[in-house]
Design a protein around this ligand. Sequence first.
Ligand SMILES: NC(=O)c1ccc[n+]([C@@H]2O[C@H](COP(=O)([O-])OP(=O)(O)OC[C@H]3O[C@@H](n4cnc5c(N)ncnc54)[C@H](OP(=O)(O)O)[C@@H]3O)[C@@H](O)[C@H]2O)c1
Length: 248
Amino acid sequence: MKTALITGASQGIGAAIADKLNYNKIKVILVSRSKSKLKSFQKNLKFHKNSLIISKDLRSLSACNSIAKKIKKLDYLINVAGATKGGKFLNLNDNIWEDGFNLKFKAAVRLSRAFWPALKKSKGKVINIGGGAARNPSNTFMIGGAVNSALNNFSKALAMQGKIDKVSVSIIHPGMTLTERLQKLLETDSKIFKKSVNRLLKERCKADKIKRPTNPDEIANLVLKLLKNRNSNFKNLSIDGGKIKNLK
Ligand SMILES: NC(=O)c1ccc[n+]([C@@H]2O[C@H](COP(=O)([O-])OP(=O)(O)OC[C@H]3O[C@@H](n4cnc5c(N)ncnc54)[C@H](OP(=O)(O)O)[C@@H]3O)[C@@H](O)[C@H]2O)c1
């Protein structure tokens, strides 16, 4: 049985991916901060015996390394956890910028490095979840844009190393996806723009010429497809209803 470690697996996109992989008979290791959220999610997995939870705050090097010490064999590393804050430029202090980079960018780098020997051994795969803001900057989502751009660059570079070491590396950029996080970001913007969350969502879909936001399950399907594909190094994919115009 293959084993996948999924960060940010207690809710949203990470949970959808974990659910999909578990359903497809992959052992899942679920990582996030909250033990209680992880436990209640784990209970509902179809094959919950094929799962393990690890509660850690991934913003530190020691937390990332301690996870790798516990897990001896790994086939798939799926970096999903991210909580970059949106808001006006002058309201985003240094700590908020550091938190954004520590969790989404540095944890992906640190876990990839810590698990690389295990992934080399299993000829495994890394899939990073980036975000459309990597290529579409926004003045109210600066940290997310910068973090996702950095993750994009890192993923390509790691894929080059992966060619040598037989580890496949890919990155998926979701567009607006219906999760708790999207709800929170829209609530922040709702205060800035003085518009309701529903109105903002409708306006953004219209401006992006998309019919609807992405569903987390659609991203989970794409992850599963990449994991099953024997020749998936290096895929850089957007799943955003056609919002992004460029090919890469
Ligand atoms: N939703 C969107 O529209 C969208 C669009 C583009 C990209 N993305 C990206 O997709 C990823 C998932 O987003 P989402 O919408 O599913 O977010 P979400 O619903 O807020 O879930 C975030 C997950 O990360 C975990 N997490 C947060 N802080 C953590 C920390 N310090 N250490 C460990 N785990 C932590 C959370 O669990 P705990 O609270 O238990 O720690 C949760 O499981 C993010 O990287 C996000 O940038 C999302």
